[in-house]
Design a protein around this ligand. Structure first.
Ligand SMILES: [Zn+2]
Length: 438
């Protein structure tokens, strides 16, 4: 797909020589650390506890001297104890989705909103989107940052925006068809669901619409799912990344789809060993730790976001020099341990989608019987693969179980279910039901 180099939104920054980018990052880091040290009792206390002053940051590598921040720190400082900007400079509030506890309130100054929009505008341009595009935003609008994040960035690059938000899938499909939507922002599971409903309405996304780009994120997904979206729907699946605590959706892959371009003037990413927290090398998979370099209202330094990934520092084929992040393969807190084996739902998805009979939905159920964990995977079949022949179904089930065992190194019972029977999600898919009392 598309080998032509797409235009740059901000070529001076995006194509900046690596050395210059690193000097800029160091300058921004030093000024951030001085600012929080001077104006936040929270940061000053934590730095003093580690015997640190801003003068201890000589190079980018010195970032490892600074203490971590966790979701718990954010919750403990609810609602606005972390805020550095005076109240009158805050122009907007959002809240994280709160799926793992109390919501985190994030405030934005005008410059914060502007930097967020600039970041995603660069990304959308790098995919080849621009003024000729019609972008439907099917992420939730409101306290969640997905909707407004894509909305502002799409407007900034001159595209027409349809603020569809979530829900009313039939109307969403009509809008895609009638208004000539070329790109859609959504969770990957929602795009798949939309494709299924469209088929029931007699509409093929591939043949009857001009939708060609999916801006997909907010939940872990696999290359298998990307292949399926691209082949079945004819929609190029672009991996996007961000989080409410950081600002919202901020970064995406470019049209080459080889890792997410992380704009280095906005953020510094580290990947650490999940147990020792020692820095890992390029290409090595571990826990992602994020420092936002320019935020005014709600700074984040060495934030343990909980995602598992790796980084690449090679210049991209598109010419952009900023570091690239690989696909998120799981979350530290999403990780299941079954009989001592670490399992990510994305691995299960990857294995399932190699079977042509398997539909788009699955659910992992973990139980503990006496002392033994057992894992069951409910798998929805495609309508054309569903049959009344028990012998046929058993053969399919055994093959899926065999493949799962070789991917996960632990056995799982598979239960095949009829198409359309597992729960659908308009936001983040909930793939795991853990019934163990740990
Ligand atoms: Zn690129």
């Amino acid at each position: 797909m598309g080998k032509e180099t797409s235009p740059c939104w901000n070529p001076k920054i995006e194509m900046m020589p690596k050395k210059d980018l690193e000097s800029l990052q160091l300058k921004l880091l030093r000024s951030l650390v001085s600012r929080v040290y001077d104006s936040s009792s929270y940061y000053r206390q934590r730095m003093e506890a580690s015997n640190l002053t801003p003068d201890d940051i000589h190079g980018l590598k010195d970032i490892i001297k600074l203490p971590f921040m966790t979701k718990k720190d954010l919750r403990d400082n609810y609602p606005d104890k972390f805020f550095l900007a005076p109240k009158r400079d805050i122009v907007r509030y959002h809240a994280s989705s709160g799926t793992t506890g109390k919501a985190t309130i994030v405030g934005y100054t005008r410059n914060d909103i502007d930097a967020w929009t600039e970041s995603l505008a660069r990304s959308l341009t790098s995919i080849g989107l621009g003024a000729d595009d019609v972008i439907q935003v099917s992420n939730t609008y409101g306290l969640f940052t997905g909707g407004l994040g894509f909305h502002y960035a799409a407007e900034r690059i001159g595209a027409a925006v349809i603020p569809a938000s979530t829900g009313n899938t039939q109307r969403q499909i009509e809008l895609i068809k009638d208004l000539g939507v070329t790109a859609l922002a959504a969770t990957p599971s929602y795009l798949m669901y939309l494709g299924e409903i469209a088929e029931k309405m007699g509409i093929s996304i591939k043949n009857d619409t001009v939708l060609r780009t999916g801006l997909l994120g907010a939940e872990p997904w696999s290359e298998g799912m990307r292949d399926r979206i691209q082949n079945w729907l004819g929609v190029k699946g672009i991996n996007c990344f961000g989080a409410s605590e950081l600002a919202g959706p901020l970064w995406s892959e470019c049209s080459y789809q080889k890792g997410i371009h992380i704009w280095g003037d906005f953020a510094y990413f580290e990947v650490l060993d999940t147990k020792t927290h020692e820095p890992l090398g390029l290409g090595e998979k571990g826990e992602l730790v994020i420092t936002m370099l320019q935020k005014e209202a709600f700074p984040l330094i060495r934030y343990r976001i909980g995602d598992i990934t790796s980084m690449d520092d090679e210049k991209c084929e598109c010419g952009r020099t900023h570091p690239r992040m690989a696909r998120i393969t799981g979350r530290v807190d999403d990780m299941l341990i079954v009989r001592g084996i670490n399992i990510f739902p994305s691995q299960v998805e990857y294995s399932l989608l190699t079977n042509p009979e398997v539909g788009n939905e699955f659910q992992i159920i973990v139980e503990r019987k006496s002392a033994l964990d057992s894992m069951m995977v409910k798998v929805e079949l495609k309508p054309e693969a569903f049959t009344d022949s028990i012998a046929e179904l058993n053969k399919v089930r055994e093959r899926i179980e065999h493949k799962l065992r070789s991917t996960l190194n632990v056995s799982a019972c598979v239960e095949l279910v009829q198409p359309g029977t597992l729960p659908r999600f308009e936001g983040k898919a909930k793939r795991v039901v853990d019934n163990r009392k740990l």
